[in-house]
Design a protein around this ligand. Structure first.
Ligand SMILES: [Zn+2]
Length: 491
């Protein structure tokens, strides 16, 4: 009510004084969402984040997390108020060196009102202090913070940041990150990017671990793995630090199998770079959790996190290929809308088909035939899920992966190998550290190939039922040797 009166007064005043209305418009609240059609309240409007500095203290015995996160942002409008996405109990918020008022709206929106409005283009320095037991905090009906027998994992998609740092939680607002955490001596705390402090004794019984990500990173791709890990450090040929970590609860055979795959991350990254263009980040590696700790692998930036269960039956290089392919498709070039998820999963899955071909375990074409005609017969409900618009409940449906990869393969058949790989390299080059949507991908692919892809993408991404591949399916293709490993990589 009060705000509306003020707005009218300002507008009237502007007219009386003959001032341009735009220059004198009263500051307004930033939008509570970033405009995502699947998740309207994820992310926020009114500001753009450049950097997060996250300083934490965590004790595995109590699951108590205390933290101070400093956000460097700039206002993109004259801002009276703005939202952060955050679920933990908050002690204080300061904006540009003044105490701000704040209230929780729903279970994951923190509404912040600065003491003074912030002008468009002006710096916005936000300091949030918090203290909570994250495993007890429910937001949107679940808890993504995952307490394990020896620590905790903050690894999930799309929702994870809410349980450990306040943010503008949408892949379209990327930022640099410094993550620094105190844990009891003997506990490891692994995150993204370059380690800048490795278990440095801080005070009686506590060590500090610090990590720096200087390339733009989406909030959901920022992770923490805290617990008892065997760690390895090396340096890549390009000078990047390689950090790998394996939970000590893994049995010896599983730990060995995990190492035979994850220790090849550097080599596999270089192989992918040869196909799709330069590796976009300055650090490498991987983390393997205890078996069953999280139940999936995630392409957390520079350092994917794998569930130890993925290596119980032996090495799984195909899974490593999938998560490392995401470093280009998903991490460096992120989804502009969550409904574009096939741009992540279809391409990461297709990289596994290319790896299979490289290893002599079945060509991409053989896998495409097998998936199309044998894995999913024409009457399989699989064909009813639309990879280009699966809906938030089916964001990680098998169709997003397998029909997504089939779509990629069909594109390759339509445009030919030369244009196909040129499209992949142009996509990862022109949108590096940014994001993209399906229409933007289509426009680029059409420009490079000169082929009208409208009918093809409409049928493969947005039409229920099995698309026509224009091939005979009378013969039943044999199962490619790589198929069981490819299947095992699904989230
Ligand atoms: Zn994936």
């Amino acid at each position: 009510m009060l705000r509306r009166t003020v707005t009218v007064t300002a507008a009237v005043l502007a007219v009386i004084l003959g001032v341009q209305a735009g220059a004198q418009a009263a500051p307004t609240p930033g939008s509570p969402g970033a405009g995502d059609v699947y998740y309207p309240e994820y992310g926020n409007g009114g500001y753009d984040v450049a950097h997060y500095d996250i300083r934490l203290r965590y004790h595995p015995a109590t699951d108590r997390l205390t933290g101070t996160t400093t956000i460097l942002a700039s206002a993109t409008q004259d801002l009276s108020r703005f939202n952060l996405d955050f679920a933990l109990a908050t002690q204080s918020v300061r904006v540009n060196n003044r105490a701000a008022t704040f209230t929780k709206q729903g279970d994951h929106e923190l509404v912040v009102t600065p003491a003074r409005p912030v002008a468009r283009g002006a710096p916005l320095t936000i300091v949030v202090e918090y203290d909570d037991i994250p495993s007890t905090v429910v937001a949107a009906g679940f808890t993504s913070w995952n307490r394990t027998p020896d620590g905790a994992l903050a690894v999930n998609e799309p929702e994870i940041a809410w349980w450990w740092y306040p943010s503008n939680d949408h892949p379209t607002d990327k930022a640099g990150f410094d993550v620094s955490i105190l844990v009891p001596t003997g506990v490891e705390a692994i995150s993204n990017g370059t380690p800048t402090r490795w278990a440095v004794p801080a005070f009686g019984g506590w060590d500090r671990w610090s990590w720096r990500q200087d390339k733009p990173q989406a909030t959901y791709l920022t992770f923490l793995a805290i617990g008892d890990f065997d760690t390895y450090q090396d340096t890549s040929a390009d000078g990047s630090p390689i950090v790998t970590a394996y939970n000590t609860r893994l049995d010896a055979a599983t730990a060995a199998a995990a190492r035979t795959s994850v220790e090849r991350s550097d080599e596999i990254t270089d192989w992918l770079a040869g196909l799709v263009g330069p590796y976009p980040f300055g650090a490498r590696g991987g983390v393997v959790t205890g078996a069953g700790d999280q139940g999936f692998a995630l392409e957390t930036q520079t350092r994917p996190v794998y569930d130890g269960r993925s290596f119980i039956r032996g090495s799984n290089n195909s899974l490593v290929v999938h998560e490392l392919a995401h470093q280009w498709f998903g991490d460096s070039v992120s989804v502009g809308q969550w409904k574009d998820i096939w741009l992540n999963e279809g391409f990461a899955s297709y990289a596994q088909w290319l790896w299979s071909e490289e290893q002599g375990e079945g060509t991409a074409a053989e896998i495409a035939d097998y998936v199309y005609s044998t894995v999913y017969p024409v009457d399989d409900p699989f064909w009813q899920v639309l990879p280009g618009d699966p809906g938030p409940e089916r964001l990680f449906d098998g169709a997003v992966y397998d029909r997504g990869a089939l779509t990629v393969h069909h594109l390759r058949e339509l445009v030919g190998d030369e244009d196909f790989f040129a499209i992949l390299r142009a996509w990862t080059d022109t949108r590096r550290y940014g994001d993209g949507t399906t229409p933007e991908f289509q426009a680029l692919a059409e420009r490079i190939s000169g082929v009208d892809l409208d009918a093809f993408l409409q049928e493969w991404l947005y039409t229920p039922g099995r698309p026509d591949r224009g091939v005979s399916t009378l013969s039943v293709p044999a199962e490619p040797k790589s198929w069981p490993k490819i299947v095992a990589a699904h989230h």
